[in-house]
Design a protein around this ligand. Structure first.
Ligand code: NAD
Ligand code: ZN
Ligand code: ZN
Length: 346
């Protein structure tokens, strides 16, 4: 079968011929119907050698949906069922996993359990091996191509936004920095779940126009004037929640600069891997909370897919064949995509 693989740090991925896996006891083999390319793929591809101890070559793709093609012994799923992959695999037994929070599994690191596409072979291939049927949720009749990104570009912003919902009441402002794959779904989630005014921040007029198309009320270019421009809109109250889907120092500084008293700063973007918010008594308005969430819970993935079924999420997709998948990664690296790049095997 064909697979898009991470070969070596700092090198572009390659399309290669690899063996089709077969499921052992408890495992499931999926025929991939769509796989999404995330900016985190770009981050790991370009991380310095040794930053990640991934066994290479490794098939990329941590957003995947497919059809159950084959099951190992003990699996109750039927062949032909359409499913979405819950990517942040955990041990399934610890306290966090018992809450459905496998993204925060207490044992994953020491047991070397890694997500597909981020340490284990991923979804950018004809087939994907799932370690446990627990990591699949029903897709139902959702379109695979427009819903695959919900497994990360939908789930991650949903998990990021949910703890701030009680604060995002009428008259408040939410700021979304970075209207890309995650951010454009984040804007739609905020529109669907809150009455807040949404200000989107991005680097080009084109990206800002896109942010308005998906629901942002106001947009501001990302530059040295951003804090002042956003504060002109929010007034003294400042932003009640800021979601930074970029995570470089300039955007974290914007987030800390626009947040108001009792507000939330949510750093989702990985940036350069070292940028950070400075927090101290005199560094930000009173009682600001800063958090850096990772992915989301299994239950939340089901909730996000249900929101899509309710018709409130519309993922913008640029579609590529598996043969053209390397082009998806080039466009992602060049910041030349609208929404999500989705790879669809033949
Ligand atoms: P993307 O490339 O699709 O979108 C990034 C967007 O940010 C683009 O619209 C780009 O124009 C914009 N941008 C870049 N620099 C900017 C700046 N200085 N100011 C304002 N906007 C700027 O990326 P994505 O796939 O949506 O991922 C976004 C980030 O989230 C990445 O860092 C990714 O690694 C990270 N991520 C984190 C998690 C998590 O669990 N925390 C999960 C998925 C992705
Ligand atoms: Zn991702
Ligand atoms: Zn666990």
């Amino acid at each position: 079968m064909k697979a898009i693989q991470f070969i070596a740090p700092g090198q572009p991925p390659e399309l290669r011929e690899v063996d089709k896996p077969s499921p052992g006891p408890g495992q499931v083999l999926l025929k991939i119907t769509a796989a999404g390319a995330c900016h985190s793929d770009d981050f790991v591809l370009n991380a310095p050698a040794g930053a990640f101890s991934y066994p290479l070559p490794m098939t990329l793709g941590h957003e995947g949906v497919g059809i159950v093609a084959e099951v190992g012994s003990g699996v109750r799923l039927s062949e032909g069922t359409a499913v979405a992959v819950y990517g942040p695999w955990g041990c399934g037994a610890c306290y966090r996993c018992a809450q459905g929070q496998e993204n925060y599994c207490l044992n994953a690191a020491e047991m070397s359990i890694t997500p597909p596409g981020l340490g284990t072979d991923g979804a950018m291939a004809d087939y994907l091996l799932i370690d446990n049927a627990r990591h699949l949720v029903p897709l139902g009749d959702l379109d695979p191509v427009t819903s695959v990104a919900l497994t990360d570009a939908g789930l991650t912003p949903y998990h990021a936004i949910k703890p701030s919902l009680a604060k995002l009441v009428g008259g408040t402002t939410a700021v979304v920095i970075g209207a890309g794959g995650l951010g454009h779904v984040g804007i739609q989630l905020l529109r669907a779940l809150t009455p807040s005014r949404i200000i989107a921040v991005d680097v080009t007029e084109e990206k800002l126009a896109f942010a308005r198309e998906v629901g942002a009320h106001e947009t501001v270019l990302s530059n040295a004037d951003t804090v002042a421009e956003v504060r002109k809109i929010t007034g003294k109250q400042g932003a009640t929640a800021v979601f930074d889907f970029v995570g470089y120092q300039p955007t974290i500084d914007i987030a800390m600069g626009v947040v108001g008293v009792l507000g939330d700063v949510v750093i989702v973007g990985l940036g350069d891997g070292v940028a950070a918010a400075k927090v101290g008594f005199f560094s930000q308005p009173y009682e600001v909370s800063v958090r850096s969430p990772y992915w989301g819970t299994r239950g939340e993935l089901i909730e996000v897919l249900d929101l899509a079924r309710d018709g409130v999420l519309d993922v913008e997709v640029e579609r590529f064949s598996l043969d053209d998948g390397l082009e998806a990664y080039r466009r992602l690296a060049a910041n030349d995509l609208r929404g999500r790049a989705v790879v669809v095997p033949d």
